[in-house]
Design a protein around this ligand. Structure first.
Ligand SMILES: [Zn+2]
Length: 292
């Protein structure tokens, strides 16, 4: 599917956008604004000359496929994330799951996997997108284990960005909770937004969301084999951390840490490895289909 001319053009646009740095303005954009922005061509040969083929190594010059995966353990540092009834903190649980995903993927040839954080530290949401771009990531996965108002809520969920509002009440609720992570930061993202003139590439963004939904479905297929799903399809809402215009991005809620049973599960190494195994399997299937 990636062989048609239009796909190649979109891939090139993605690459141009990737290096343009415009994504830095994204965290400040409200979801309604996404729908009104227009495509403006990337300026430059400077950008084009830095644009390697999507799945080829730019370092070695070889044609060997390299899949660059950015795993983002949610929260960290002064932002503990959700806290379970037994006191479990989301930030610790998701860091270990993210590390497990990396370990599993790196057992396979051609995977270059990085984490946005390796330790218990706070990283603003826009910075996480920036790290993915610096890594030249092909995909971005933010890993979470959030809470909900009802303790009986349970199961895993996968989310992608929406430019037209949330697909469900839960999706809207989760996006507002995750986006609140930036309440911990002092940086005025509005200033960055103005400086970059709020330019977005609608076409590229649309295509990126389509790929995000595909990635989400591959992950759901794997996860539901080992754990109940809260929703059987990829939900959508205006998650700030998923607003990269060029990198397919999903947010995986592995379970509800506010559900007493799932808090116990999340506390076990067995479950953290099991869910990581399923997510890694979804990632591998996404790439297998992308290049088929
Ligand atoms: Zn979270």
């Amino acid at each position: 599917m990636s062989t048609s001319n239009s796909d190649k053009k979109i891939s090139l646009l993605r690459r141009r956008l990737l290096f343009s740095g415009l994504s830095l303005c994204l965290p400040a954009l409200a979801k309604e604004e996404f729908a009104t922005l227009h495509f403006i061509p990337a300026e430059s040969s400077r950008v084009a000359q830095r644009s390697p083929s999507h799945h080829q190594s730019s370092r070695s010059g070889s044609r060997e496929s390299v899949k660059r995966v950015m795993i983002d353990p949610g929260h960290g540092g002064k932002d503990p994330g959700a806290i379970g009834h037994r006191g479990s903190e989301e930030k610790h649980v998701v860091l270990e799951i993210a590390q497990n995903i990396r370990t599993l993927l790196k057992q396979h040839k051609g995977y270059d996997v990085k984490l946005t954080r390796e330790v218990d530290e706070f990283i603003p949401l826009y910075k996480r997108i920036e790290i993915a771009h610096q890594h030249n990531a092909d995909i971005f996965l933010s890993i979470h284990a959030d809470g909900f108002t009802r303790p009986e809520a349970h199961g895993a969920s996968v989310f992608a960005l929406s430019t037209r509002g949330a697909s469900s009440t839960l999706a809207r609720y989760m996006a507002s909770k995750e986006n609140a992570a930036d309440d911990f930061t002092d940086i005025d993202v509005q200033t960055r937004d103005t400086a970059l003139q709020r330019v977005l590439f609608d076409l590229v963004q649309h295509r990126t969301i389509q790929d995000s939904l595909k990635l989400g479905q591959h992950i759901i297929r794997q996860v539901k084999a080992v754990h109940p799903m809260h929703s059987q399809h990829t939900e959508q809402a205006a998650f700030v951390v998923l607003k990269s215009p060029s990198v397919p991005s999903v947010l995986v809620e592995t379970s509800f840490i506010t559900n007493p049973n799932e808090e116990v599960l999340l506390g076990t190494q067995v479950f953290r490895m099991k869910i990581a195994h399923a997510i890694a399997g979804g990632i591998m299937r996404y790439f297998a289909h992308a290049v088929a």
